[in-house]
Design a protein around this ligand. Sequence first.
Ligand code: GLA
Length: 745
Amino acid sequence: MINFDEKRKSFHLKNNCISYIFYIMKNGHLGHAYYGESIEDDVSLENLVRERGCVLAPCPFKDNMNFSLDIMSQEYPCNGTGDFRDAAFSIRDEEGSTITNFKYHSHTIKEGKEILEGLPSTFATKDESMQLEVCLYDDVLDCKIYLSYTIFKDISAIVRSARFVNGQKQNLFLEKALSLSFDLFDSDYKMLTLDGAWSRERHLHEREIREGQTSIESKRGASSIFTNPFFALKKEHTTEHIGDIYGVSLIYSGNFKAVAEVNAYDSTRVNIGINPYDFEWKLEKNESFITPEAICVYSPLGVNGMSQNFHKLFKKHLMKSKYSNQIRPILINNWEATYFDFTEDKILQLAKGAKDLGIELFVLDDGWFGQRNIDTKSLGDWDVNFDKLPSGIEGLAKKITDMGLKFGLWFEPEMVNEDSNLFREHEDFVIGTPNRSRSYGRNQFVLDFANKKVVDYIFEKMSKILDCGYISYIKWDMNRNITEQNSQTLDKERKKEFFHRYILGVYDLYERLTKKYPDILFESCASGGGRFDPGMLYYAPQAWCSDDTDAIERLEIQYGTSIVYPVSSMGSHVSASPNHQIRRSTSLKMRGDVAAFGTFGYELDITKMSNDELNEIKEQIIAYKKYRETIQLGTFYRLLKGKYNRYAFMSVSESKDKFVLGIFKTLCKPNPGLKKIKLKGLDENAHYKCNENNKIYGAKELMNFGFMLETEFTGLVQSKDYKGTLTAGEDIGDFTSCLLTFNKI
Ligand code: GLA
């Protein structure tokens, strides 16, 4: 999969889907040649690259002005040697100079993929992947950069990272160290990003890129609720299912920056990595620094093609939990049922009811520790509140386990309330800058995870609870961003290492807990989706998508999330109606059908529901258990977004013997035309039977003509109540949905 051509000095990373080609330029730097659909092994480099200068452009050679770094495509560009676009890194030496000139030194190619020390990273066996490491050297600095490239079998992705190794000469200061950089030949792209805010995370946006920089970033100490660490560049006519698209993402949960920079020569530089804002890393002699990994997916099959490659890569080569390729338990979480106001009896009632409904896991959310009956108290005091839970966590968990349910527990390990024993005893554990007050956020402060002592302390406290052996799930929350960033443990030359060290501390705790408790299923959460990123997925194979559990808003959130993240990673629950976040009322059916495209669960007070509602939930659960494997482990397709006021998703099982189709209507229109949706990804020689209407359809018919939707309001229909079944042949009113399951015959 990786070939070095001695004569042309070029590297060709290739599998069935993609080719990625770069070469050693005559000044010793690396030049980018091609990234796209797989091409010939003996491709002519002379056709892919051409030296290019300009009368005003700087050039490293006295007698060849036809070679300018400012114009030619590069792979990991240096600072100050003739390229005026953004460099991939910046190193300051002891004299204060940031000019660098890294040249090819050597390279190694090996089977398999090494994981990164201390950072989440992709993994793969020798049969599944190959890794190339190119060493660049700057002799003035005596510093090396090792660029790592991994290509996987059957996946349209390249994974990259960079390792800086200082030599013997002097201390160096890394001011910027991105994970990936390359230049696309052209610039006629539209950028897709996933942005939002609390309760409306990861909405898909599209914008033009033009001359200059178009960027997204986070400076909050987390990948953030506002912009996900991802963007894609697609061609003007690229659609959901056809056309060229490049998607980049970062396996990192802290501050990031991603930039598309178009120059005057119509080429586009793609950069992604740790945000250089408030970042600097001191490299003493012989010390090294490794960047997080970045992923670049190319697909000729449109946005959906890109998404499927991200999903495949994450499920196979990133999510390390034993649950990553298993069906997930149906859970009930008590948060929206009780908030802080619960007793042991109430929890047991909920659990008993849940068991009767067929639910498999009970999750006790915030409020079980210290004096935590309100969000101003006790964060950080991870000792059970025996007044509220007289049997303790161990006793309660045992009782629930004895009912035949699994038991899960909420933690917010990185946080502390001012009104807590931890704050009173260990103010030195809290992030803050001397002589300055701390900003408040959700009445809490952030613990200094850049300080190993703090991580050790929290690990011990959590272990004490988890050692009881009855806990099979953890919801790891994180409800505010970092301000007054500083660790008292860092000396003044290392103050700007804080943000990165913080997130390394978070990873350290995750690493220790997931190693010690490999059977616990972790779900990450950050006020909903404030840290929904590939870094978290490495440890926690699912993430709470959003605090907004309204089915209609969730359609937009889950649609956007699926652009990068697999359905099996999306925590999605059925909650009460009217919904607690936006007071919208929707049917139990609609709420269930939307939550079905995720790790299904419930988050409402089932003890207050009518028998009819409980029976409906029971049916929902019986049905979901039949098709969850197809949804969670199958191949996911987005079919509609907003068109006809509808969303539609489908998941096809790996062997294509089953599929599930979900169609969701938001607002209805009077007397509209008939509508159909073309399905995707079926076995084209097969016929499929729909289990809900017993009709048989040809796969080609479904993929070429499409699936006809139900007739809407025609004026002829008497006011019958829409029951949510398709057999009535009528789809009347706002907020309706149907979930259909098909089997190959
Ligand atoms: C955050 C989470 C919620 C819930 C609360 C508890 O907001 O996103 O799901 O756990 O914290 O305080």
